[in-house]
Design a protein around this ligand. Sequence first.
Ligand code: SAH
Ligand code: SF4
Ligand code: F3S
Length: 448
Amino acid sequence: MYNGNMDTFEKFYFINTYGCQMNIHESEKIAGVLEKLGYFPCDAENKADVLVYNTCCIRETAEAKIHGHIGEAKILKQNNPDLIVVVCGCMSQQSGVATSLKRRFPFVDVVLGTSNLDLLEQAVVDAKQKKKTVNTDEKNYVLVNLPKVRTSRPNAWVNIIYGCNNFCTYCIVPYVRGREHSRPIQDIVSEVKDLIAKGYKEITLLGQNVNSYGHDLDDGTNFAQLLNEVAKIDGDFRVRFLTNHPKDLTDDVIQAIANNKKICNSIHLPVQSGSSDILKAMNRKYDRDYYLQLVEKIKKAIPDVGISTDIMVGFPGETEQDFLDTLDLVKKARFSSAFCFIYSRRKGTVADKMDNQISRAEKGVRIKRLLEAQNVITKEISQEMEGTLQRVLIEGKNKKYVNTYCGRTENGRLVNVKSDVDLFDQFVWVKIKKFQSATLWGELQKED
Ligand code: SAH
Ligand code: SF4
Ligand code: F3S
C-alpha cells in the first residue's frame, strides 16, 4: 500500500502452510522472520511480495496438491517479477527434491529444508537482489530462537522435541526431520511461563513422539517430569500434547495426566493398525494386545478421557483378516475420533520396497469401511456426552451460524454454543444439548 512516501511502501507476505501442527508452528516462526524484515501479513496470495510454501510430504496426495499450488505462483511471478517465492518444510528436505523443485519451478527464489529456517532472513534479503538460495543441509535445530508471530490464540504451540528416531517403515518423517533432539526443560518452562503471562490459555507441547522427551539430555528429565513442571505454573490455563507413541507411553505420564487438573484428559495415541502382523511389518514395536491393554489402563486411570488415534489402511501385505482386526480394534478401543489414512508409498522408506503392495481399489474400499465403523462410535460417544457439563475454551466464531462460537472440551471434543456476547478466548461452562456426528451443541451456563 502506497502512503505518499516512497520509502514507506508497505510490503506484504502470505504463507501457505501444509501438514501437521509442527509446520503450523514453524509458519509462525517464518512470519516472525518476515515481520522482522518489515513485511506485513496479507489475506491473499496475489497481494503478497513474499509468498511462502511451508510444505509436507507425508502422503502422495499432500505432495501433489502442493506441486499444483506452487505451479500457480508462476502467473503471479509473471505479473510481479519482484515477487519472492519461498519453498521450505518437509517436502524440500527430501533427498534430491531441492534440485527437482528448481528444475520444475525455475521461478522459485528460495528453497530451504526443515532445519535451516535461520537462513530465511538472509535469503529474502538476497532474493531482493535477485540472488537465489537453495540450502537443505541438515544440521542441529536452531529454529527455536527465531521470533514468532503467534496465530492460534487462545492456543500456543511449544516445541519440546524435534525429529524422530523411530523409523516406522511407511514413514518419511525421520528422513526429513532428522534425529530426536530435546529442548532443555528450563527453556520450555520459561517459554510457557511467558505465554501464560501474555494471556494464552492453552499450551500444546509438540513433538513427533513427546514420550521420548528428555532421553537425549542426559540429565534425567523425562516427559512426565516436564508435564508436572508445566502444570505447576500459576494461572488459569490447560495443557495438551502431541503426539504419543504407544510404545513409550509410561505409567508416570498417565499419572501426571490424572493428577494434574491443568493437563487435559485427552490423548492422541496413533495405533496405525489393529493387526499384530502389520504392526510388526510397520516396525511399531507393540502389538494389538499391548495397545488394547494400554487403552484400558488409560481409561481406568483418567476419568472421561478422550482417546483419539491415527489409522492406516492398505499397508503392504494387509490381508482381509488384518483389516478385520483393525475394525475390531476400533470397536474395542472406542476412540473419540480417528484420523484415517490410505497408505501412501514414500520413496526411500522400507515399506516402499515391499513387493506386496495393495491395489488402489482395495484401499479405497477399506477406508470407506473403516470410516463407517468409526462414525458409529463417534456418534455413540457424542450421545454419551449429552446432558453433561463441560468446561470449554472458546477458540473462535462458527463461520456457518450467526452468534455461534466454537471451542473444545477438555477431552478434545468440538462444541458449538450460541451467545450474543463475545466469548472468544474465554473458558465457559456449557451443558451439552445435542450433537451432529462429531460436533456437539451446548448451552452456555451462568457462572456461579
Ligand atoms: N509422529 C506421529 C505421526 C506423524 S505423521 C506418530 O508417530 O504418531 C501423522 C500420521 O500420518 C501417522 O500417524 C500415520 O497414520 C500417517 N502416515 C504417516 N506416513 C504415512 C504414509 N506413508 N501413508 C499414509 N499415512 C501415513
Ligand atoms: Fe513417523 Fe513413526 Fe516417527 Fe511417527 S513415530 S513420525 S509415524 S516414523
Ligand atoms: Fe508433514 Fe512434515 Fe508434519 S511431512 S506431517 S509437515 S513433519
